[in-house]
Design a binder for this molecule. Structure first.
Ligand code: KG4
Ligand code: ZN
Length: 338
C-alpha cells in the first residue's frame, strides 16, 4: 500500500493529509487562520507565516494520528512549493523536507494550482483526463487543457482579480466579513439575482481569459453612488445587501460557466474538472452541473472538503507524481510565482 503525507501552507491554511493508494483519504486536517486575518479583510503574509510556524508540527502530528499511520508506514512526503506567499510556502516545505530527510522518505514538491486542478480526481486511481480544468480560488482563476498527466496547456487566466478575490473584496465593500465567498454564497440564497444590473466581462470574442475587477467596482459604485467610495453602506437594507450578493454571484457564475463551455467547445474535450475554493460555491456547482448535463459533458467537481486549501489534494498530486518517478531533490526551494 502506498501512503502519502501531503503538506500545504501556501496561503492561510496550515494543512496536512494522508492518502492511501491515491484513493482513500485517511485524514485531512486543516487549521484555518480566518480569525487572524478577518479584521484586515484579507490575508496578512507576516501573520500567516508566523501562524504556520506555530501550527505545522501539531497539524502534521494530528494528520498522522487520525490516519493511524506511523512514520515507517509512509511511502512518500509531498508539499506545496509553488506558487503562494513565500514566507508561508517555506514553512510547509521545510517541515516536509525535514521529515523526508529524517525518516529517509522520497520527497515530492508539488504545484498548488495543479493540485487544485486535479483535486476532483481524489478517490480515483487516475484523474479523469483529458479534461478542461477550471481552477477558481482566492489567488488564481484559470482554464487549462489537461491532455494527459504530463501534458497540459494553459487556455486562459484572469487579467486582474481572481474570482475568490472578487468575492472577498465585494464582501469587504459590504462589510460582511472574511473570507467573503462562503458568506456571499449564503446571503445570495435570500436575494434576487436580477435585482442589480452588474456587468459580465467576456473580453474578446474567443478569449478564455477572465476579468473580475470591473464587477467589483460596479458593486462599489452601486453601494456608494457613481464615482463615490464611501457613505452608502449605512443606507442599505439587509434585503438590498442580499440582492447585491445574489446579483454579483449570478454575474460571476455566468462568466465562469460560459468561459468553461467555450473552452470545451474550442478544445473538443468532453470532460470538465473544477477545483479551488470558489468551486465550493453552491450556485457555481448547480449551474455548471445543469449546463454540462444539457450538453452531455462529463463534469467532475472537487468534493466540497477538497475545494479550499487542504493536504489531501497535495498528497493526491504527490502520489500521481511519485508513481511516475517524479521525486524532487531535497535542495529544492519555494517559488512564489507560477
Ligand atoms: O483555494 P483557496 O482555499 O485558496 C487559494 O488558493 O486562494 O480559496 C480561497 C477562496 C477565498 O477567496 C474564498 O472566499 C473562496 O475561495 N471561497 C468561496 C466559497 N468558499 C470559499 N467562494 C465562493 N463561494 C464559496 N462557497
Ligand atoms: Zn488554493
Amino acid at each position: 500500500m502506498d501512503v502519502v503525507l501531503g503538506i500545504e501552507t501556501s496561503c492561510d491554511e496550515t494543512a496536512a493529509g494522508v492518502l492511501a493508494n491515491g484513493k482513500d483519504v485517511l485524514s485531512n486536517v486543516v487549521a484555518s487562520q480566518n480569525d487572524l486575518h478577518a479584521q484586515f479583510r484579507g490575508v496578512v503574509p507576516e501573520i500567516a507565516s508566523r501562524a504556520h510556524i506555530e501550527r505545522i508540527t501539531l497539524i502534521v502530528r494530528e494528520a498522522l494520528e487520525r490516519a493511524d499511520v506511523k512514520p515507517e508506514q509512509i511511502t512518500a512526503i509531498a508539499a506545496t512549493n509553488r506558487p503562494g506567499l513565500i514566507g508561508c510556502l517555506l514553512i510547509g516545505l521545510t517541515a516536509a523536507k525535514t521529515l523526508a530527510w529524517a525518516w529517509g522518505k522520497p520527497f515530492v514538491a508539488v504545484d498548488h494550482v495543479q493540485a487544485h486542478a486535479l483535486s476532483p480526481g481524489i478517490g480515483m486511481e487516475e484523474p479523469p483526463l483529458p479534461a478542461v480544468a477550471l481552477i477558481v480560488s482566492g489567488g488564481h482563476t484559470s482554464l487549462m487543457l489537461l491532455k494527459s498527466f504530463a501534458e497540459s496547456q494553459p487556455l486562459g487566466k484572469t487579467r486582474d482579480d481572481a474570482a475568490g478575490e472578487a468575492y472577498d473584496k465585494v464582501a469587504s465593500i459590504l462589510a460582511l466579513g472574511y473570507p467573503g465567498g462562503p458568506i456571499i454564497d449564503r446571503l445570495a440564497k435570500g436575494g434576487n439575482p436580477k435585482a442589480v444590473a452588474l456587468p459580465r466581462t467576456w473580453l474578446e470574442r474567443d478569449s478564455l481569459d477572465f476579468s473580475f475587477s470591473g464587477i467589483k467596482t460596479a458593486v462599489l459604485y452601486h453601494v456608494h453612488g457613481p464615482g463615490k467610495t464611501s457613505g452608502g453602506l449605512e443606507k442599505l437594507s439587509e434585503q438590498h445587501k442580499a440582492d447585491i450578493c445574489a446579483s454579483f454571484q449570478a454575474a460571476v457564475v455566468d462568466v465562469l460557466v460560459g468561459k468553461t463551455l467555450r473552452a470545451v467547445q474550442q478544445s473538443g474535450v468532453r470532460s470538465v474538472m473544477v477545483g479551488g475554493g470558489v468551486a465550493a460555491n453552491s450556485a457555481l456547482r448547480a449551474r455548471m452541473q445543469e449546463e454540462c448535463d444539457k450538453r452531455r459533458i462529463q463534469l467532475h467537481l472537487a468534493q466540497r472538503t477538497y475545494c479550499t486549501d487542504n493536504g489531501a489534494m497535495i498528497a493526491y498530486l504527490g502520489w500521481q507524481m511519485y508513481k511516475r518517478g517524479m521525486v524532487t531533490p531535497l535542495d529544492v526551494t519555494a517559488t512564489p510565482t507560477l
